[in-house]
Design a protein. Sequence first.
Length: 267
Amino acid sequence: MHTENPYLLREGRVKKVIREAEGVFTFYIETPIKAFPGQYNMLYAFGMGEAPITIAHAENGHLIHTVRAVGDVTKHIDTLKEGDILYYRGPYGNTWDIESAYGKHLLIVSGGLGLAATRWVYEKALKEASAFKKLVHLYGAKDYDSLIYRYLYQQWGMGENFLITLDKPDERWKGPKGLITELLKMVDVEPDTVVFMCGPDPMVKAFIAELEKRGVSARNIYVSLERHMKCSVGTCGHCMIGPFFVCKDGPIFRYDRIRVFFERKEV
C-alpha cells in the first residue's frame, strides 16, 4: 500500500490577503488538497524553517490560514502578496468531534487568535444548527484593535449566537467588557453541553473551572492545544504533553484525557 511522504512539500498560490489586525494577516491559498475543521499545516519559509498554523477554513479550492507575525517564519509569511507562492506540508492532526454535540447544546469558546482554530467548525455548526438544542460561540479579545474576522460577525449572528467581550475598555466598543468567563453568565449551560475551546492556557483553565461549577463534565470538553511542533509526525518529541504528541494525537483533545498533564504548573 502506498503511503504518502509526510514531509512532502507542497506549494499553493496566494490568491487573496486580508489584514486582520497589526501583524495578523489571513491568506487564501489556491490548492487542491482536502482538509477538515481542526487540522493544521506546517507553513514553510526557505532558509528559515516552518511554523504550525491552523487551517481556518477550506472552500472552493482554497485553504485559509490566519498568521500572526511572531518569529522569523511567520514574519516572512506575512510579507507575501497576492500571486506569491506559499510552501507548506500537511494537513496534519485530528478534527473537532461535532457529531458528539448532535442533540445537545454546543458551546464554542475562543480566545484571541484561537478564533482561527474554531472558525471553520463554527461555520459548519451554523449550517447544521437544527442538529443542536442550542449553538453559542463566545469570543474574547485583548482589545478592540486585535479583533479578527470582523467582516464575518454579522453572518455569524453577532449578539445572538456569537458573543464578544474585550479585556480592555474602548470607546469604539459598545458590547460586553471583561474576561471571557464573564460571557458565561449570559449563556444557559446544561450538564450535557459539549464545549469546543481554543485559546491561551490560562484562559482555558479558568473557563473550564467555571464550566465544571455548572456541572459540565470534562468528557464533554474538547480543547485545541498549541505547542512547539517541529516534525508533525511524532518523532521529535517537542510537542509532548504527558504520553501524547500534540502534533499527531491532537491538536484537539478531550479534556479528561489530558487534564492531569495540562494542569501541572510546569505545563
